[in-house]
Design a protein. Structure first.
Length: 179
């Protein structure tokens, strides 16, 4: 009788062990399915553009404290080769200046052919000045697409009136939705 009791107790210990293993496996399987479901949801959000960081960032035009940006536009046409950059700045330097050159580029590898010319007129303190590209900018090279946000880097070279040999450069950036 003692031997039968010993066999039964071994059998019940084995069943307890199998029961614990099965519980652990079911626990892990349940969490694996939940993890897979979360990965699928993240993939769907990324695919549909919900997780696109450029949609989350606000538009901005920043030229530092020397020039205040009053307005800006990045435009793009259907052909992809005739975009336009426009912006309006306020002189906050505290003295009158004259603009020597303005260059616009992007962080893209290809060149962003965009020329902005200036009329060469005096730019008074606290005065406003409009800048616009005189030729069509190659938006396709910059990898811009209509409705998405794009960033251009602007370098403004100027000198104080009466001191044309001492030039200064102000760098700014425009991050806006391409219209």
């Amino acid at each position: 009788m003692g031997s039968l009791k010993m066999r039964l107790s071994k059998k019940s210990n084995k069943q307890k062990f199998n029961s614990k293993s099965q519980t652990a496996l079911e626990f892990l399987t349940t969490y694996a399915w939940a993890f897979i479901a979360i990965l699928i949801m993240i993939g769907m959000l990324a695919y549909f553009g919900v997780l696109s960081p450029s949609k989350l960032f606000p538009e901005r035009c920043d030229f530092g404290r020397d020039f205040k940006c009053e307005g800006y536009t990045l435009a793009y046409s259907s052909s992809g080769t005739d975009g336009q950059v426009k912006f309006k700045l306020k002189n906050e330097l505290g003295y009158d200046i004259q603009v020597d050159s303005v260059s616009v580029k992007t962080e893209a590898v290809a060149a962003y052919d965009c020329i902005i010319t200036d009329d060469g007129a005096k730019w008074a303190t606290k005065g406003f000045k409009d800048f616009a590209s005189t030729q069509n900018c190659n938006s396709q090279n910059a990898q811009f697409s209509k409705g998405k946000k794009g960033k251009v880097l602007v370098a403004l070279t100027y000198h104080k009136l009466g001191a044309p040999t001492f030039t200064h450069e102000a760098n700014g950036e425009i991050f806006a939705t391409i219209i």
